[in-house]
Design a protein around this ligand. Structure first.
Ligand code: CTP
Length: 399
């Protein structure tokens, strides 16, 4: 049993026959020392009583969004801020559908929408509801939002049918939560640094040359390191993305700024260089806007290579240095060349000539080339899942 004292868990109980098992979850979490606050949805109250929940959790129950008494003390925003982790058990097909659309029509859905915390869902429903394409589509969306799904299990159901749809047993749900906090603690000592997005090299005050990059993959990697308990720094060129909460965010413009900030923020245990750094900078920057002429020639010089510099640094080199290779041809050959020339440990390569992956798209398909001459190709998947796969491998390596 793992000690969960100081851990704040917000349990949301939805209306389903397995809601009675949520009382076991509260008992188990309390036994481990966690503080548990509970939200009951309107239909949950038909299955469990507020009195039994508050007796077990030794906390007041939160029910309605506009409960004046509760709202003055702790509103939906502070409730989501308060929690280290939100667990919805059981979650019904209806609430899954609501969350996938970002609805906020009661306290439970509003708290979830307002949260940037780890969210675990333990579904429970009839097997046909579970197998319905609409539930599957909704779940896919929730997984892409980063929500973790526990179960459901296969077995006899209260409705008399047999199949997948039973809520996972309380002990196993608690086990997942223990693993999450344990991993966080284990990785807490680790520091990760990520570069992302494009850099700009100015020609004059209003013009610049840049590289194509949305920054999405790097931001997802930063999120995934944060979620796994790393102290994370994200150094980003200018993108349309919002800073990642819980991550030290440093916005830069030029490659030189990105290089300086990278050095300033080392040492780290792992560094992932996903930025599309401009390979060249303008030799003669003009302080004033250049006026239109018949023709114009730009004189460029090579920019600092951030990854190569860090990888070859005597004292600041992270234990694990990971680069990207964006290629339009000879993916294997060019990636291996970069691995060698930039002295990094791993190269994550993608073929950016494929329009369905890479630039601006939600999906990516990558191969990882390791220093020991092995490599692996991951399936095409959402960028957040690629990030999780990568961070999972980093954790294995560092531990
Ligand atoms: N990189 C970097 N600094 C640079 C150029 C690249 O840190 N000045 C890093 C990128 O963040 C990436 C890796 O090096 O992790 C490879 O970048 P890529 O653009 O694919 O390759 P280049 O080195 O620019 O080589 P080429 O343009 O010839 O493919």
């Amino acid at each position: 049993m793992i000690n969960l004292s100081n851990k704040k868990i917000l349990l949301i109980i939805c209306g389903g026959i397995s809601a009675y098992k949520s009382l076991e979850i509260i008992r188990g979490l309390k036994k481990r020392g966690a503080q548990v606050k509970t939200i009951l949805t309107k239909s949950a109250k038909k299955f469990v009583t507020p009195l039994s929940v508050s007796s077990l959790s030794q906390e007041k129950i939160y029910e309605d969004m506009f409960d004046i008494e509760n709202e003055s003390e702790m509103d939906h925003i502070s409730l989501s801020r308060w929690a280290d982790l939100i667990l919805i058990a059981p979650i019904t097909a209806n609430t899954i559908s609501k969350l996938s659309f970002g609805l906020a029509d009661d306290l439970a859905s509003t708290v979830v929408l307002a949260s940037n915390k780890e969210i675990y869902l333990a579904p429970a429903m009839n097997v046909r509801m579970w197998e319905h394409s609409s539930t599957k589509e909704n779940l896919k969306k929730l997984i892409n939002f980063g929500y973790k799904i526990i179960g459901p299990d296969i077995g006899d159901m209260a409705c008399g049918e047999f199949g997948r749809g039973k809520m996972t047993e309380p002990n196993e749900i608690i086990r997942e939560i223990e693993i999450y906090f344990n991993n966080k603690k284990k990785n807490n000592k680790f520091k990760a640094l990520i570069t992302a997005g494009p850099t700009r090299e100015y020609i004059d005050p209003v013009r610049f040359i840049t590289n194509r990059s949305s920054g999405k993959q790097g931001y997802e990697i930063a999120k995934s390191f944060r979620d796994n308990g790393f102290e994370t720094t994200l150094i980003s060129g200018i993108t349309n993305l919002d800073p990642v909460p819980g991550v030290k965010f440093i916005k830069v413009d030029t490659a030189r700024e990105m290089f300086n900030e990278t050095i300033n923020n080392l040492p780290a245990d792992v560094a992932v260089f996903s930025a599309a750094v401009s390979d060249y900078k303008v030799k003669n920057y003009k302080n004033e806007k250049i006026k239109k002429k018949e023709s114009m020639t730009l004189d460029l010089e090579k920019n600092v290579d951030i990854l190569a510099n860090v990888s070859k640094h005597n004292s600041l080199r992270p234990k694990l240095t990971i680069g990207f290779a964006a290629e339009t041809s000879d993916l294997v050959k060019n990636s291996l060349k970069k691995l060698e020339e930039k002295s990094c440990d791993w190269i994550i390569a993608n073929d950016v000539s494929d329009k369905s992956i890479g630039f601006d798209s939600e999906d990516n398909q990558v191969s990882i080339f390791y220093k020991n001459n092995t490599n692996e190709t991951l399936d095409k998947m959402n960028k957040s899942l690629i990030a999780k796969e990568l961070v999972y491998r980093v954790i294995n390596k560092l531990n």
